[in-house]
Write a protein of this length. Structure first.
Length: 310
């Protein structure tokens, strides 16, 4: 059975088709149209193009920057604002004549790493994406844990734990709240903090490079960043106690994180010890789209229409 995964972002729509072994057999990317109907049409055309290539119909999973509300059945919390308020899964299912599954893109990341990535074989996986923003997803037994409200894994929009006096009420988040984890441990937050203390850099990796060259401001900024990340992840461990935490996004490429973080986590994890592995993702930028494909679990088969002409 073939699985189609689609990663719908604000600037691009990417499709990948996997065979039953998880091997990629087709990939295509197009710009994201600005408009709901145009977006659905672009997705449907990508699906048809894939199925023309493989000669077989496939199950379809889609990762979006938002969620489908379990109350209204419509998209909410999407920064692709033309999706909000729309019954996207139902509309696409009708267009493509089969069930289409939709999940938050961060949950797709966690699922991808849980199925055949850095967390393969682990029962409870927490995937944190540290990039321009900060998102997270949860996979349990190789299935997305969306939760009753569809917001399972919305870690970045909780307050930073154990804030210092200097940190308290020091940042504003686009969600409307102050001091969200996202504003401190995203790549944007890391750079913001460095500049606020007198430094100049365009990315977290540049800050680390300056630190390795002996820059005192960069060293201090990394110290604040890694301590904040330890606090934020310790909160997850205290609540969920996952088998493994997988990091994604541009910040996950800072190798010093994996050297310093394990020593800091026991300071904040209840009991003063922590055996939770924190690892870099395996599939990189492809994790989200692969995870969307795995919304149909191994061994699970979609009810597909009869193949006539694709």
């Amino acid at each position: 059975m073939f699985r189609i995964g689609i990663d719908l972002g604000g600037t691009k729509i990417e499709l990948v088709t996997l065979n039953s072994s998880g091997e990629e057999v087709f990939r295509r990317r197009v710009p994201t149209p600005r408009g709901y109907k145009a977006t659905l049409d672009a997705i449907a055309e990508l699906v048809r193009e894939s199925e023309r290539h493989t000669g077989q119909l496939a199950s379809i999973g889609i990762g979006i920057p938002g969620v489908v509300s379990s109350v209204s059945g419509r998209v909410k919390n999407s920064n692709a604002i033309w999706l909000n308020g729309q019954p996207m899964d139902k509309d696409l299912s009708a267009m493509l004549d089969r069930e289409v599954r939709i999940a938050n893109d961060a949950n797709c990341f966690a699922l991808s790493e849980a199925v055949d990535g850095a967390a393969a074989g682990k029962a409870v996986v927490f995937g944190a994406i540290l990039g321009t923003g900060c998102g997270a997803g949860i996979a349990i037994a190789q299935k997305v844990h969306g939760g009753g409200n569809g917001i399972g894994g919305e870690w970045g929009h909780n307050p930073l734990p154990w804030m210092t006096a200097e940190e308290f009420n020091s940042t504003r988040c686009f969600c409307g709240n102050a001091d969200c984890i996202e504003t401190f441990v995203s790549g944007t937050g890391f750079v913001r903090d460095f500049r606020a203390h007198g430094g100049e850099a365009a990315s977290g990796i540049e800050i680390v490079q300056l630190m390795e060259q002996g820059d005192d401001l960069a060293e201090a900024a990394f110290g604040r960043f890694i301590d904040r990340l330890a606090r934020a992840l310790a909160h997850v461990i205290n609540l969920l106690d996952p088998d493994v935490i997988v990091l994604g996004g541009g910040v996950s490429n800072i190798d010093l994180i994996y050297e310093f973080l394990p020593a800091l986590l026991p300071k904040y994890v209840l009991g003063g010890e922590c055996a939770t592995a924190v690892v870099k993702n395996h599939h990189g930028a492809s994790s989200g789209v692969r995870g969307a494909a795995w919304l149909w679990a191994p061994g699970e088969h979609a009810a597909l229409p009869v193949l006539t002409e694709v």
